[in-house]
Design a protein around this ligand. Structure first.
Ligand code: HEM
Ligand SMILES: *[C@@H]1O[C@H](CO)[C@@H](O)[C@H](O)[C@H]1NC(C)=O
Length: 354
């Protein structure tokens, strides 16, 4: 009796540590994950310029959101993280919120087709694998999970499920709540705007970054979104766009309003911490990237995701900026004391198109 129990415990423990060795000598938690190592190499070569945290990596993360958020816990909104944005692009790219997404899907489509032929990867698995690999190319990022086995999408999602930068805080929080996310998770997911730039909100200034460290996955976005910017400025103002006092930077109206609203302001403050932000972002992304999927029938293939380069160091104010340039709405959390990078006020370079 005691022996049987011991044997069970030992075999369970062995089961936990037993890993599949793939033909390339790499190991994965499950043998079905083995072909994905080659798929990841293929993505790095054919989509991410050999592993860069550039425009395509940023775009791949954005696409996971536009695919997955098309979902409601009350039903009837689409299949969630199912790749419908890629497979039913003729319908979904017509949606106003998907302006510019055609650049991403047209770039990804041939890579998807090749991997679909080579290893049967579904549209949903492709979109969410590419998002996890692209994010891993950015120093400081968490190593996102990757679950394998999403079924092919059955239909395009309906319009008006994807938040827009001109939406009110109330509308944004309501849409996310309808998809199953709390206000805190909304802010955590918006950490993604730390590796983000806008091409389409204002087509006269393509590649305009949202923070001064656009190729690092840090909390710089939560600092710079608090800068006293100018709403609808300049000669060619676009709805949803705020001009940052940092030259060459754009702030999104929605990000700014969320940073000032009593329902969300303090969540920016508590996540202005690399460790906490990345841990929470990883958890929220795991939820986003499996929305609408039966996770019990997916296989955890997270071992195939590359390990991101470490966080390069504490965030700082860009040269010439300080706390005096911020409008801080959260009064419950002490604002961290941050150094200012030395030198003259910067002009940020646009993110080059791929
Ligand atoms: C309130 C919700 C959100 C709104 C209103 C919003 C809006 C936007 C807008 C307007 C852009 C710039 C598009 C352009 O002009 O090219 C953008 C970029 C981006 N967004 Fe969001 N977003 C939201 C949430 C998210 C979430 C949850 C994620 C990921 C988890 C995400 C990831 C990104 C990324 C990575 C980019 C940069 C893409 C690139 O540089 O190529 N966003 N977002
Ligand atoms: C849309 O999907 C078709 C296949 O249905 C593909 O050939 C095309 O490249 C895709 N276009 C974009 C913009 O994603």
């Amino acid at each position: 009796m005691a022996f049987t129990r011991l044997a069970t415990i030992v075999s369970l423990a062995l089961g936990l540590i037993e890993r599949a060795t793939c033909t390339n000598g790499k190991t994965a938690g499950n043998a079905v994950c083995c072909p994905l190592f080659d798929a990841v190499d293929f993505l790095q070569t054919n989509l991410f310029d050999g592993g860069e945290c550039g425009e395509e990596a940023h775009s791949a993360l954005r696409l996971t959101f536009h695919d997955a958020i098309e979902f409601s816990i009350h039903g009837g909104m689409g299949g969630g993280a199912d790749g419908s944005i890629l497979v039913f692009n003729a319908t979904e790219l017509q949606f106003h919120a998907n302006r510019g997404i055609d650049d991403i899907t047209s770039r990804q489509f041939p890579v998807f087709q090749a991997l679909n032929e080579q290893s049967g990867l579904s549209g949903g698995d492709f979109v969410h694998l590419a998002g996890a690999v692209g994010t891993a190319n950015c120093p400081g990022a968490p190593r996102l999970e990757f679950m394998l086995g999403r079924l092919a999408p059955v239909a395009p999602a309906p319009d008006l499920t994807i938040p827009e930068p001109t939406d009110t805080v109330t509308a944004i929080l309501a849409r996310f709540a309808d998809a199953g996310f709390s206000p805190e998770e909304v802010i955590v997911l918006l950490s993604s705007h730390t590796i983000a730039a806008a091409d389409d909100i204002d087509t006269t200034i393509p590649g305009t970054p949202f923070d001064s460290t656009v190729n690092t996955f840090d909390t710089q976005i939560f600092l710079e979104v608090l800068l006293k910017g100018t709403l609808f400025p300049g000669n060619d103002p676009q709805p949803g766009e705020i001009t940052s006092p940092i030259a060459g930077e754009m702030l999104l109206q929605s990000d700014f309003l969320l940073s000032q609203d009593s329902r969300t302001a303090c969540f920016l403050a508590v996540h202005d911490n690399q460790e906490r932000m990345t841990t929470q972002f990883k958890a929220a992304m795991a939820k986003l990237q499996t929305l609408g999927q039966n996770t019990a029938s997916l296989v955890d293939c997270s071992d195939v995701i590359p390990v991101p380069a470490p966080f390069p160091g504490p965030i700082k104010f860009p040269p010439s900026f300080s706390k005096a340039d911020l409008q801080i709405a959260c009064t419950q959390e002490a604002f961290p004391s941050l150094a200012t990078v030395a030198g003259p006020a910067p002009t940020l370079a646009p993110v080059p198109a791929s």
